[in-house]
Design a protein around this ligand. Structure first.
Ligand code: ADP
Ligand code: MG
Length: 716
């Protein structure tokens, strides 16, 4: 075989051929000014330009004879200029040209002057191609501000903008579709050898994907037989090839991170049977079959000298806490420490209030660490964590972010994980001093499949797919604000029968802006006017922990019958006798919050009811949230809807925003490619060779894009 020439041909030897990484400014016709405009659009390099894909495509494969044009229909037509005229003066000047193709005449009209360039080119006798929706003006047909191409003498209709499926771009300032197309074409005609595929060749072939170069060519200038609909849906083979490639890089990074983790040492945890027995005897219930199964899965992980990295997924009320405690007990029995983290101060506090009595009974030293714990008390907790005196620490992210030191952290439990991302989890590795703690992540809001494969893609998954026996779905009713009396009547009926209820408000204090009802004020109002004959209590975030505990204790023993609360009860309160809930301003709450809240009344075999009280005006997403709440209690359906309504970034919360975004792919739309990429990447790590020379671009991309994020020590 003759090798490709490596030297530029003599003719172009003096001409500079920019490379992919060079600034797009070096393309012909760009220069500093337009270069700046491109940059404002995020297009710095020539590669950026090539990656800037059309957002839409227009079918201009066929041209229509002028006699066949119809008003209101968009068409591409061609004809010879037979007249040109200007009218009006100065800024109000208009411009028009009449074209004729032998079957009829069409006016092309501009309400302000088109650029000089176009004016000069539109001369009598020239052939033009025009594309626009046709309008009727008196007896004549016209196109206003058509996209126009004026042909040179003898030129064929084979430009970038006509006679084909034409790409439409989101444009930087100072560019027309046409000039931008020309620029893209110029970039694509350069030497693209640096556009290397990240995906191993055999996978591209197996899956029948296009390579990167081919896909990009196709996406900017699709072939004549391309599927217009698929193009506009962004789901052609070329599109999907890019998505797969992008996902593949992430999945390889996750697979590597997983492998890195599974190669780091951890303390095996296996003893503690006696403590577990004792704890079991303290429970007033039997574990469900699902709980027993999940427990076995976790204990199996814990017993290995490699760190567990497991996600426990179970709907609200499925009994995750008790599993976490079992695991903690084993770790503690093995002489290690355990930490449990919640995503907010309030939730951490609630958690601690709930479990510390149980721990006391077991003779286990535990403490709460939030920013509310200050001064000498804080010093004491930190000190005891450092010496190992403290066995169980409950807190927020602060546990892993601040300078909290553990003597021998063996198990880290992350509850209600949502706001903990891959990055947070990988930071946990550092807390174990040479040995990595076992990690158990728990979520009540089921994680949609797409996220289980990305943001949580480094975890093994256990599923609690069973609620404790006798639980019934909570009946859920949507009320308008003026119908709220129906809810109060139901509460009276139930409390009269000895049951208890919650009334939830979104905020503690009146906010001038949002005009939300203040829980404190509402508490007084409800006490005096609606429920004078009942015992009401108030719980909100501003109370001190002791005060909160006192209120919760009163509710627990039914001294308080109706608890007026802000969202502090979202997680943590656990009173089986409470069977009714009224959520005021339900439109303000997120879906997962609503689901969590409602879960508070699904704690026994009594039939429970939840009223969602909506105060107009409702946004469309709010309406949809409330609708899905009334339709289902299935956490999976709810979180899928949540993901769809909010998008992955929002759904995952702030901690996740550190995850580099995808350039092309969409987690929801492109689930199939994600699945395929995950499958292939994890299999590659098992059986393939990531150190192969041809995979150097892949290794580099993984390092650059995800290295820091995943704390990858080395990507191959
Ligand atoms: P979540 O999974 O939402 O965190 P919890 O762990 O708070 O759920 O458990 C919900 C309630 O169910 C608690 O009152 C808990 O004591 C109780 N519970 C847990 N497991 C069982 C079981 N196997 N049988 C009966 N009740 C259980
Ligand atoms: Mg829980």
């Amino acid at each position: 075989m003759i090798p490709e020439p490596t030297l530029p041909s003599p003719k172009s030897a003096d001409k500079y051929q920019p490379g992919l990484k060079d600034s797009a400014r070096y393309l012909k016709g760009v220069g500093p000014r337009l270069g700046e405009r491109l940059l404002q659009k995020g297009i710095g390099s020539i590669q950026d330009l090539i990656y800037h894909l059309p957002f839409r495509y227009e079918d201009r494969r066929e041209t229509t004879q002028i006699s066949r044009l119809r008003p209101g229909i968009k068409a591409v037509t061609t004809g010879k200029v037979i007249a040109v005229s200007k009218s009006g003066r100065w800024r109000r000047q208009a411009f028009q040209a009449v074209i004729d193709d032998g079957t009829g005449a069409l006016t092309l009209k501009w309400f302000h002057l088109p650029g000089n360039y176009l004016q000069q080119k539109i001369q009598k006798g020239r052939v033009v191609v025009a594309s626009q929706t046709v309008r009727e003006y008196g007896d004549l047909l016209e196109m206003d501000h058509p996209e126009l191409e004026v042909l040179e003498e003898g030129e064929e209709l084979d430009s970038l903008s006509f006679g084909r499926i034409v790409p439409i771009y989101s444009l930087p300032e100072g560019f027309s579709q046409k000039t931008f197309r020309a620029l893209t074409n110029q970039a694509l005609s350069l030497n693209l050898d640096q556009l290397l595929d990240f995906v191993p060749a055999e996978l591209l072939e197996q899956r029948h994907w296009l390579d990167l170069k081919g896909a990009l060519h196709n996406l900017h200038f699709p072939g004549m037989d391309a599927d217009l609909h698929a193009l506009n849906e962004h789901r052609t083979l070329a599109h999907r090839s890019l998505y797969y490639q992008e996902f593949f890089v992430l999945e390889m990074a996750l697979a590597l991170s997983r492998r890195g983790l599974s190669e780091s040492p951890a303390k095996p945890i296996s003893g503690g049977d006696a403590q577990i027995q004792k704890f079991r005897s303290l429970l007033h219930f039997q574990l469900t079959a699902a709980q027993e199964r999940v427990l076995l899965e976790i204990e199996d992980d814990l017993a290995r000298p490699r760190p567990m990295h497991r996600l426990l997924q179970g709907d609200v009320g499925s009994g995750k806490t008790v599993i976490a405690l079992f695991c903690a007990l084993r770790a503690i029995a093995g002489g290690l420490q355990a930490a449990m983290m919640a995503p907010s101060e309030v939730l951490a506090e609630q958690h601690w209030l709930n479990i510390h009595r149980g721990l006391d009974q077991m003779g286990i030293s535990s403490a709460l660490l939030t920013s509310g714990v200050r001064g000498p008390e804080r010093e004491k907790v930190l000190n005891q964590a450092r010496t190992g005196e403290l066995s169980f620490l409950v807190g927020t992210q602060a546990l892993i972010q601040e300078k909290v030191e553990f003597a021998k952290l063996g198990l880290a439990i992350i509850d209600e994980q949502h706001r903990f991302g891959v990055a947070e989890r990988s930071r946990l590795k550092a807390k174990g001093k040479g040995e990595t703690p076992h990690i158990l992540v728990m979520t009540a809001t089921p994680i949609p499949r797409s996220l289980a494969m990305t943001a949580f893609g480094d975890l093994d998954i256990s599923i609690l797919d069973q609620l404790p026996p006798g639980r019934k779905p909570v009946e859920t009713k949507l009320l308008k604000a003026r119908e709220v009396n129906a809810a109060w009547r139901e509460l009276k009926k139930r409390v009269g029968q000895g049951e208890q209820a919650y009334v939830v408000y979104p905020l503690v204090e009146e906010s001038e802006r949002m005009e939300l009802q203040d829980a404190t004020q509402k508490f007084q109002e409800l006490s005096r006017q609606v429920f004078p004959e009942y015992r009401l209590g108030l719980l909100h975030g501003r109370l001190k922990p002791e005060e909160k505990e006192a209120v919760m204790e009163k509710f627990r023993v039914c001294e308080i019958q109706i608890l007026i609360a802000t969202t502090v009860i979202e997680v943590g309160i656990d009173v089986a006798n409470a069977t009714a809930m009224v959520i005021e301003h339900a439109e303000r709450f997120g879906l997962s919050q609503l689901h969590q809240l409602r879960g508070r009344v699904a704690r026994s075999d009594k039939s429970a009811i939840c009223f969602l009280v909506a105060h107009p005006p409702l946004t469309d997403p709010a309406r949809e949230r409330l609708k899905v709440m009334t339709e289902t209690t299935d956490g999976f359906k709810i979180s899928e809807t949540d993901l769809r309504l909010r998008g992955p970034g929002e759904f995952l919360g702030t901690a996740q925003s550190g995850m580099p975004p995808f350039r092309f792919a969409d987690l929801i739309r492109d689930l199939k490619e994600l699945s395929a990429a995950r499958n292939d990447a994890f299999q590659w790590i098992e059986t393939g060779n990531i150190n192969r020379p041809d995979l150097a671009p892949l290794r580099k991309e993984i390092r650059q894009k995800y290295g820091k994020f995943l704390h990858l020590a080395r990507a191959g």
